[in-house]
Structures are given as structure tokens and as C-alpha cells.
Design a protein. Sequence first.
Length: 220
Amino acid sequence: KQSPIIAPSILSADFARLGEDTARVLAAGGDWVHFDVMDNHYVPNLTMGPMVLKALRDYGISAHIDVHLMVKPVDRIVPDFARAGANSISFHPEASEHVDRTIGLIREAGCQAGLVFNPATPLNWLDHVLDKLDFVLLMSVNPGFGGQKFIPSALDKLREVRRRIDDSGRAIRLEVDGGVSADNIGAIAAAGADTFVAGSAIFNAPDYAAAISAMRAAIG
Ligand code: DX5
Ligand code: ZN
């Protein structure tokens, strides 16, 4: 298991002051920027595209940007996000026509590749591609909105993915996304996650630094 990463989801940031708010959450101790891309097609919400990511880079954000694609189709937007400055790109297997090809596209574009599992998406999508992945992202809410409640069955699923990653012997990160807070992050870490996305729990807190350090303390 790798050192813990906290990835604030800027879905819950102030979109009218996105650069400033992103810089603020990084200064408060966030490691990565989690960048949620929703298309009003694969998920019922519409957020931000490559131009917004590029604008954050131009503003001076140099942290790792972790692009979570909740879009369909997937492939044609991948090079655009890579060019805009993404470091990692994940996608939902059921949104891609050719999962292995999409993983290849992401890696050829110079980004780390991740596969995302909704609460009800079976893990057998991992069977033939695990050795090509840099990370696995487990959703602990249904994708589309911030501020939802953590679905407890995600913990069993986390343990199962942890087993598969350990069996592979490869340094694959295990990321969890949805309803993560200082109250449940200890149990989530114990179940095997090493990379933690949190949106509302950080951005709705009065003090980002306090919220992030409470999470780090709870990870242990
Ligand atoms: C949900 C997004 C999440 C979201 C998490 O579809 O993928 O990244 O921002 O927000 P919270 O932490 O509020 O559940
Ligand atoms: Zn996300």
C-alpha cells in the first residue's frame, strides 16, 4: 500500500473563483486536484472540460490533476485532457466501447490510467486489464453529484480490490470517491484505500486546512 494521497474534488469549489479556491485548497494541504468531468449524458450533470483544466494550469496550479471522466463516449476527449495538462485520467468501463483501447490511449497520451467502478459495477472488468492500470477508482456514491452519503457496501468492495492489487504485485493505487469525510476515512483506509477524494467535506468546512488534517489524522 502506498503513502496516502488526499485529492480535494473541486466539484465543490467556488466555480466563480476556481483558480483561487483551488490554490487555497492546495495551500491547505491537499495533494492532488480531483477534476470531475460530467456530460449530462453518461451522468445527469454538466461540469467542466479541457479548457477549464488548461485555465487552471495557466493560473499557476502545478499540482497533480486527477481527471475523473463521467462521459460517453470516452476516447475522443482523452487527448484533449492530456494536452490541457492532466496527470491522471480515469473512466467508467461501461461508458467505453473498448476498455483496453481507452487505457492504451490514456497511457500513450502520457497520463496515468484508472478504471472507475460505480457501486453496482462488477469488478470483473478488472480481469484482463489490471496489469495496464495505474490506479483503480471505487465510487462510494452514484456518480453525478457532490455531497451524497457514503454507501457502506463500498467497504467490502474496497477489500476485494485491495486483495486483487496485492496479488498483482504491482504498485496500483486504490482511490475512493464519494461521501468521504473525517468520520469514515479511517475505516476506508483500513479497507485498503490509499487515495482519498473528498469534495463537500473539505469545501463546505470553514477551515480547509483543519478539515484536511483531521482526515490525515484519521487515516493514521
Ligand atoms: C461524484 C464525484 C465526486 C464528488 C465527491 O460523482 O465523482 O468526485 O465530487 O463529492 P463528495 O466528497 O462531496 O461526495
Ligand atoms: Zn470524482
